[in-house]
Write a protein that binds this ligand. Structure first.
Ligand code: NDP
Ligand code: MG
Length: 381
C-alpha cells in the first residue's frame, strides 16, 4: 500500500506517533506543521523531506527558513498556511492532529479540496460538527476517526446495519482523579492533572482527561460522527483502557474493540481503512490482563462532563461555547491562574450563557468560541 499524507500538528503526541506509522510503512509525507517547536520540525523535515512545512508562529518560521535553507522544503507561517498544508494536491489524506479549535478551518479546507480526513482534532467536531459533517456529505469526503474510542466504534460498525444500532458504549479511563470527591479535587495542581494513568498525550487533552471534559467532548464527537443523540451514548468508566468502546444492537449483541492502549493502531487504521496492516506496538494478551472493570461516571464531581452533556442536548452553538471556555480555562489552570474545580464551573457558565441557536456558519462558531473565551478570561480576573 502506497500513501502520501499531510500531517497537521506533526510535532505533537499524535503527530509523532503518526510519523512512527509512516516510517514503519514506508509512506510519503508531503506536509508537516507545528505551532512553534522548530527543533523537532527541523528533524522531521530532514527525515521525511515534505514539500511544505508550516510554523504557525511567525518569528519561529523565519529561523526555521534559515536552518533548512539546504533542503527543498518550502516553509510557510501563520494560521492560514495550515489550510495550504491540508490541501496539497499530492496528499490523498490530511491527518489533523492539531490541538484546539485552530484545527477547524484546516479540516474544512481539506474537505473542500476533496481530501479524506483522518481526524484526531476532536475540537473540530465539537465546535463545528454541523458544518464539518454537512460539508463532508456534500463533497462525499470520508471523515475517519483517529480518537481511540471513535475508531473503536467505527470498527465495530463495519458491516453492521445502522438501523439496528441501539446505543454506543463510550469507554473512559476515568483519568488520574477517578474516585476523588469534590473536596479532594480542590487541592489538585497542574502536575497532578498532567499524570495520566494509561496514556501519554499532549498537555491539553491530559487535563481534559483529568476533568473528564475529554469524555464530554467525545460524546459530542460521537454524535456527529455516527449520527446519534447524546442519550444514545452510554459512558462506561473502564480503568484499564483495554476496551476502547463498543456498540449495542437491537438484538442484544454488544460488539467492542479491544487492544493495548497505543494510539498507533487507531492512527494507522484511519490511514489504511478499510485495509489492515501490521502495526508497530505490542499485541493484546487477555490472560496477562486477567480482569477488566466497569463503573458509572460521577457527573456530580466531574462538572465538565455534566456541562458537555447539557450542551450536547441543547445543541446549536452551545458545544462551541463549552469547548472555547474549556480551552481558555485549561490554559489558565496550567498557568495556575484558576483552580482545577473552576474549569468545570466556567465551562458550565459559559455554555449556559450561549444561545442554543444553530451553528449556521463558520463565523457564528468562531464568535461563540470567542465570546466564551472572553467570558472565562473576565471571570478569572
Ligand atoms: P499536542 O499538544 O501533543 O500536539 C499538538 C500539535 O498541534 C503540535 O504539533 C503543536 O505544535 C500544534 N499546535 C498547537 N497549538 C496550535 C495552534 N494554535 N495552531 C496550530 N498548531 C498548533 O496534542 P495531542 O497530539 O495530544 O492532541 C492533538 C489532538 O488530538 C487534540 O485535539 C486531542 O484532543 C486529540 N487526541 C489526542 C490523543 C492523544 O493520545 N494524544 C488521543 C485522542 C485524541 P507545537 O509542538 O509546535 O506546539
Ligand atoms: Mg479518546
Amino acid at each position: 500500500m502506497d500513501r502520501t499524507i499531510s500531517i497537521l500538528g506533526s510535532t505533537g503526541s499524535i503527530g509523532r506517533q503518526a510519523l512512527d506509522v509512516v516510517r514503519a510503512q514506508g509512506w510519503r509525507v508531503c506536509a508537516l506543521t507545528a505551532w512553534g517547536n522548530i527543533e523537532l520540525l527541523e528533524e522531521q523535515i530532514r527525515e521525511f523531506r515534505p514539500a511544505l512545512a508550516v510554523v504557525v508562529k511567525e518569528e519561529a518560521a523565519e529561523t526555521l527558513r534559515i536552518r533548512t535553507a539546504d533542503t527543498s522544503t518550502k516553509i510557510l507561517s501563520g494560521p492560514a498556511a495550515l489550510c495550504e498544508a491540508a490541501v496539497l494536491p499530492e496528499a490523498e489524506t490530511a491527518l489533523n492532529a492539531v490541538v484546539g479549535i485552530a484545527g477547524l478551518q484546516p479540516t474544512l479546507a481539506a474537505i473542500e479540496a476533496g481530501k479524506t480526513v483522518a481526524l484526531a482534532n476532536k475540537e473540530t467536531l465539537v465546535a463545528g460538527g454541523e458544518l464539518v459533517m454537512a460539508k463532508a456529505a456534500e463533497k462525499k469526503v470520508p471523515i475517519l476517526p483517529v480518537d481511540s474510542e471513535h475508531s473503536a466504534i467505527f470498527q465495530c460498525l463495519q458491516g453492521q446495519p445502522r438501523r439496528s444500532l441501539e446505543k454506543i458504549l463510550l469507554t473512559a479511563s476515568g483519568g488520574p482523579f477517578f474516585g476523588y470527591t469534590k473536596e479532594a479535587l480542590r487541592r489538585v495542581k497542574p502536575a497532578d492533572a498532567l499524570r495520566h494513568p494509561n496514556w501519554s498525550m499532549g498537555a491539553k487533552i491530559t487535563v481534559d482527561s483529568a476533568t473528564m471534559m475529554n469524555k464530554g467532548l467525545e460524546v459530542i464527537e460521537a454524535c456527529h460522527l455516527f449520527g446519534v443523540g447524546p442519550d444514545d451514548v452510554e459512558i462506561v468508566v473502564h480503568r484499564e483502557s483495554i476496551i476502547h468502546s463498543g456498540v449495542a444492537f437491537s438484538d442484544g449483541a454488544v460488539i467492542a474493540q479491544l487492544g493495548a492502549p497505543d494510539m498507533r493502531l487507531p492512527i494507522q487504521y484511519a490511514l489504511t481503512y478499510p485495509d489492515r496492516l501490521p502495526c508497530p506496538g505490542k499485541g493484546l494478551s487477555l490472560t496477562d490482563i486477567g480482569k477488566l472493570t466497569f463503573y458509572k461516571p460521577d457527573l456530580d464531581t466531574f462538572a465538565c462532563l455534566a456541562a458537555c452533556l447539557e450542551a450536547a442536548r441543547a445543541g446549536g452553538l452551545r458545544p462551541a461555547a463549552a469547548n472555547g471556555a474549556n480551552e481558555e480555562a485549561v490554559a489558565l489552570f496550567l498557568r495556575e491562574k484558576i483552580s482545577f474545580l473552576q474549569i468545570g464551573e466556567l465551562v458550565a457558565q459559559a455554555a449556559a450563557r450561549q444561545k442554543a441557536v444553530p451553528a449556521a456558519c463558520l463565523e457564528a462558531v468562531l464568535e461563540a468560541d470567542r465570546a466564551a473565551r472572553e467570558f472565562v478570561r473576565q471571570a478569572a480576573r
